[in-house]
Design a protein around this ligand. Sequence first.
Ligand code: GCU
Length: 347
Amino acid sequence: MKPLKHPLHRLYSLVPAAILFAVILLLAGCGSSHHKRIVRIGHNQSTNHPTHIALTAFKDYINEHLGDRYMVEVYPSELLGSQTDMVQLTQTGAIDYCIASNAILETFSKNYEIFNLPYLFASTRSYHHAMDDPAVTAPIFTATQKAGFTAVTWLDAGTRNFYTVNKPILSPADLKGLKIRVQQSPTNIEMMRLLGGSATPMGFGDVYTALQSNIIDGAENNEMALTDNGHGDVCKYYSYDMHQMVPDILIGNNAFIESLSEEERAVFEKGYQLVNQIQREEWVKAVSSAREKAAAQQKVEFLYPDQAPFVEACTPLHQSVLSSNPAIRPIYDAIQEYNSQYPTISE
Ligand code: GCU
């Protein structure tokens, strides 16, 4: 994927993340600020992306309010490895925070499965209200305490839709026989199975090359993947089946968070809110310009299939996830209430 094709990208993929991180520390010269604790945050998006813009605001905020003690550094574009690598680095405390898609977090706690369910939210407003409600998010965000990290806020990653190199997807039947990249999550793999396509799980950074070399026939993501990651240079059909709204999650190392004094923690918590607020404002602008650019420059055709057969195919997944983890039932029910309040998908 284009912006991730840093000249060292091939090298990065060969070097285990922990070693890579040690090298980065040496290159960055950790001795440069003896009296300050360096706070490292990793993510996998480009520096144009709303996620990076929001984390840069976080960095400035912390540096402005606690700059005598902390120095925040943001590492974009998988510089610290794939999202899975970064979650592991955050678990061990090798870095302090990272952004992970909710999809990959379900392998760290089953509770995260809920936000990976296709057609869980009836509309964007329902999604936003539910994600802003601590009664919905707290049982999920704190579920990884034992794994060494906690979620501190969520970021919008829009709706996920199928896009393909040369076959328009207008119904689940069109997915038959196609290899579609999905995120590395059992729920996503099962979703693809139910829809009839062939799930090919891989890390985000490998998708562009896999599309270009015909290893896969398509993928599924928000509109930013077309432009910011160059997938629209290869894929010419983008179908709004709107199968998922999978949030991104800012996670922090527990030991680091617990080491903060009460006063510092209050500043960091304001910082997390800032990340959420700025990212969401930037997201709306970024998606609208991604759509314009994909249509005008990359000649991507946007399609609007009937969603009903997609919804119907995916529905059994709700029941199977709920029966295998009954503890998430109250959260599921709370989301259904938001769905009745904000029922229209286009909202
Ligand atoms: C989105 C999301 C990322 C995720 C990616 C993916 O871009 O914001 O966090 O890694 O999808 O499909 O893997």
